[in-house]
Design a protein around this ligand. Structure first.
Ligand SMILES: [Zn+2]
Length: 857
């Protein structure tokens, strides 16, 4: 930017000193309250400056000082609105809403003069690093730097969101002599709370349990939050793993804003264990994703110098260069790295509540906040001083990433599933093309650093330790075949630019005289069946494939059929319901006017071919020793995506609950070694005809021990068991190398089995973490999915594990008291984006009862 800064400064000072009184918000209380007893001045957190008296301090607004209490999201947003109303350095935007309808706020900070041409500056900034942006290297001085600064994506890591209040005040109220240069040459997109639902949940917990005479005893209830805890969002998802899958409204709004602004730095303020100190990136140099440019890590280290200097000034202990990795692009501090942005992770030792004993002495909540405020401010210093280098790097990274290559993703005959992947790719700023031909549909995206990282499998690693998953191929998660092509979209299809959420084909809206068919190929076919059932429609299914109209229309196994005859509504009413379901699900429901299908095929009245489906009434076991992440994924899948209501049943209350109202019970992964006997007793009593019990991972082992499933764990002996001694210094690394944090494995499926209805290819990639394996069932029909002979496709696995997994069972069906127990050896619903395998899970819910009794273990 040009340096007419001193005249701007004068103008801005004049503007800031004349804020009219009527613009000031009303304080929320009449002043300090009885509990405002900490006595910490503003200068505990912020440099001692002449702050603008027309901007309300947090204490003036709240009636208590930051750190006295945990600020709720409601108060945090009220304060942000008050700041925006009193400062001409801020534009406030509501970028979205959480599931609980809390607004996701962004405060855009820059000089009043820059606000006057904000859109022009934004476009200039984006064009700077765009291959088609039309800018030249000489424009550098005019291009504003952009910082995206965000807090407390883990809601119970609250020092970040509380520090945000102080940092937001600082940017609004600090004198222009202090922040003039920063705000003239840069734009700060300030995101005070990445996870409002979890943040509010935790604030409520911590405040509810606060003592007037505070105890630092870590055993106080204040420090042991109840299930599901405030880390996660409304559906118990870890939002700091959702930057890549973007399945939640918080991430969707944030990623859209990220691509709107293409920041140079993105920060992410967290907390870690109480006995730690303060961490800032860079992390472990051997645990950086290979596609992240070395310059990124160099800049990260240079930014880090500003943090260490600032923490030195207040005497806080800190560390860097160890402990955390920069590998999974689904995390906030790593996602930016594949777009030429520098992502920065901060981790502060957590006081959890207000005061806690630690190895480093008594840790107070205000102290944790102060470290976060201090590094928020040192980030401004880094941005101001490294402006040119950050912008040059971003431009180089993106211009160098341009190729004429691309990826074609086959839709696999499944409009619903492939559309969902296209939406994710579009959300990441990729220009998606939709292709059609007589043979089917496909999608095309150009090859960019991001798409390459999100598509390609990875099998070689510099390090064997991972803080999270070691692979994340999106097409594999969706079980969609893809290939790399050169020179743009292939010519054998017609291509159009894809818009998010686009419907695919025009529907046949005619009224059936005889029956309707819901094709099984679409991901959402189970949703369509459920909606029909919920409207009181009787739905049948067949495990046979057939065709009508002399082979012109083919139907796969699992095609559901709705006869017009025998329903409790008129044919007209049924037609109305069917049309509504088509609109809801995007599925083309087809019709027939005859009960006979093509020669040699079945008849629609056939008693052996067709079974009536029962409407699932579902209880999901939660709480206690269940995994809240796994339970939350199931809740989200059914509630949000499939529109199926469920009861969240606390597992410790199963013994005293009336289970008869459910025909389907889901037990997610968890630690079940000490589960009360009454749970097994009640479930065995409940089990019977038309009942389906679904277990995931260790729930299957528990079910087998308690007579609810018939399966055996495969014993996995240690390949290193012959070694009798190793050097002490290798111990930590050896142990880490034995962890399977998250890899993709190849399984082979029996497509004739009801659990595979709608699936077209025998090979199915599954997500796997942990080393639990099941032996295949003795009944030769009871293992519909098993691990392939060479099963590892992508990611790190401990030495020898992949061979051990070969041939083991991925899904086992046991018969128990006339009901069916369906056991998944690994999580089919991982992080909400494994659309490929959650089809099997939905099939288990909808079609589990139709599995022939002679084919179960
Ligand atoms: Zn965290």
């Amino acid at each position: 930017m040009n340096k007419t800064y001193s005249s701007l400064l004068l103008l801005a000072v004049l503007l800031c000193t004349r804020a009219p009184a009527q613009m000031l918000p009303e304080p929320l209380t009449d002043g300090p309250t009885a509990n405002s007893d900490e006595g910490r001045p503003l200068t505990y957190y912020l440099p001692d400056l002449e702050y603008d008296p027309n901007i309300p301090t947090p204490e003036e607004f709240l009636g208590w000082q930051i750190g006295d209490w945990h600020i709720s999201h409601d108060l945090q947003q009220a304060y942000m609105r008050a700041l925006a109303a009193s400062s001409d350095r801020i534009t406030l935007e509501v970028i979205g809403h959480t599931y609980e309808q809390r607004p996701l706020l962004n405060l855009i900070y820059t000089t009043p003069e820059n606000h006057g041409r904000l859109e022009e500056l934004r476009e200039m900034h984006v064009n700077w690093s765009s291959p088609n942006g039309g800018m030249s290297d000489g424009d550098l001085a005019d291009v504003p730097g952009v910082l995206y600064q965000g807090y407390s994506i883990h809601g119970n890591e609250a020092s970040g969101g509380n520090a945000a209040v102080m940092a937001a005040y600082y940017l609004a109220a600090a004198p222009m002599s202090e922040v003039g240069e920063l705000l003239t040459n840069n734009i700060i997109v300030f995101d005070p709370c990445y996870n409002p639902d979890g943040f509010n949940r935790f604030a409520s917990w911590a405040n509810t349990h606060k003592n007037k005479n505070m105890t630092a005893d870590g055993q106080d209830r204040e420090y042991s939050e109840a299930y599901p805890r405030g880390r996660s969002n409304h559906y118990w998802f870890d939002l700091n793993r959702d930057w890549l899958p973007v399945q939640h409204p918080e991430s969707q709004a944030r990623i859209a804003q990220f691509h709107r602004w293409k920041p140079n730095i993105l920060t992410d303020h967290h907390e870690m264990g109480t006995d730690a100190t303060f961490f800032f990136m860079p992390g472990e140099s051997t645990r950086v994703h290979p596609m992240t440019a070395p310059v990124n890590q160099e800049l990260t280290a240079r930014i880090g110098e500003y943090h260490s200097a600032a923490l030195d000034r207040i005497g806080s202990l800190y560390y860097s260069g160890e402990g955390y990795d920069d590998f999974y692009y689904g995390k906030g501090s790593t996602y930016p790295d594949i777009f030429g942005t520098v992502g920065i992770l901060f981790e502060q030792a957590s006081s959890r509540g207000h005061l806690q004993e630690s190895e480093n002495g008594i840790l107070t909540f205000p102290f944790t906040i102060r470290n976060q405020v201090t590094t928020a401010l040192s980030t401004y210093e880094a941005l101001e001083n490294l402006h040119d280098d950050l912008l040059s790097y971003q431009r180089e990274f993106n211009l160098e990433g341009v190729t004429s290559d691309g990826y074609v993703i086959d839709a696999d005959g499944d409009p619903g599933r492939s559309r969902e992947l296209a939406d994710i790719l579009a959300r990441h700023g990729l220009p998606v093309q939709h292709g059609t031909s007589e043979e089917g549909e496909a999608y095309y995206v150009p090859k960019t650093p991001f798409s390459e990282a999100a598509f390609e499998p990875i099998l070689e690693f510099e390090d064997s330790l991972f803080y999270d998953v070691s692979t994340f191929s999106l097409p594999m998660a969706f079980n969609l075949p893809y290939r790399q092509v050169s020179g743009g979209t292939p010519t054998d299809m017609r291509w159009t630019s894809y818009q998010m959420g686009e419907a695919t084909a025009p529907f046949d809206r005619s009224r059936a005289e005889y029956a309707y068919f819901i094709p099984s190929n679409d991901y959402y076919s189970v949703r369509a069946i459920y909606e029909l059932q919920d409207a009181g429609v009787r739905v049948k299914v067949s495990d046979q494939s057939f065709s009508i109209n002399d082979g012109a229309t083919e139907f796969g196994r699992g095609t559901a059929m709705v006869p017009v005859y025998g329903q409790e509504m008129s044919a007209e009413e049924l037609h109305r319901i069917v049309t509504e379901v088509e609109d809801e699900t995007g599925i083309d429901i087809l019709t027939t006017n005859s009960g006979t299908v093509d020669a040699g095929g079945l008849m629609l009245g056939s008693r052996s071919a067709y079974q009536t489906l029962r409407k699932p009434e579902i209880a999901l076991l939660i709480e206690g020793s269940t995994s809240s992440l796994d339970a939350g994924e199931t809740w989200h899948l059914l509630d949000q995506r499939f529109g199926i209501p469920i009861t969240k049943l606390p597992i410790d209350e199963v013994g005293s609950s009336d289970l008869s109202r459910y025909n389907t019970i889901i037990m997610p992964d968890g630690y079940y070694n000490r589960l009360d006997e009454s749970v097994a007793t009640a479930l065995k009593e409940w089990m019977g005809r038309d009942k389906v019990f679904i277990t995931v991972e260790r729930a299957g082992t528990w079910a087998a021990k308690n007579g609810l499933a018939n399966l055996t764990e495969r014993k996995t002996s240690d390949p290193d068991s012959a070694i009798t001694q190793r050097p002490y210094e290798k111990a930590e690394r050896d142990r880490g190398g034995q962890v399977l944090g998250g890899s993709i494995y190849r399984t082979v499926a029996d497509l004739t089995h009801p659990l595979l209805f709608g699936m077209k290819r025998e090979e199915i990639p599954v997500f796997r973490s942990g080393t639990l394996l099941y032996e295949p069932a003795e009944n030769i029909y009871a293992t519909p999915v098993r691990y392939a002979d060479e099963p590892l496709i992508s990611g790190y696995s401990p030495r020898g594990f992949a061979q051990k997994a070969a041939g083991s069972a991925a899904v086992i069906v046991s018969g128990s008291r006339g009901g069916r127990t369906i056991s998944f050896a690994s999580n089919p619903n991982f992080r909400g984006f494994w659309y490929g395998t959650n089809r099997l899970f939905m099939n288990a819910i909808m079609f589990g009862t139709t599995i022939n009794g002679s084919t179960v273990e």
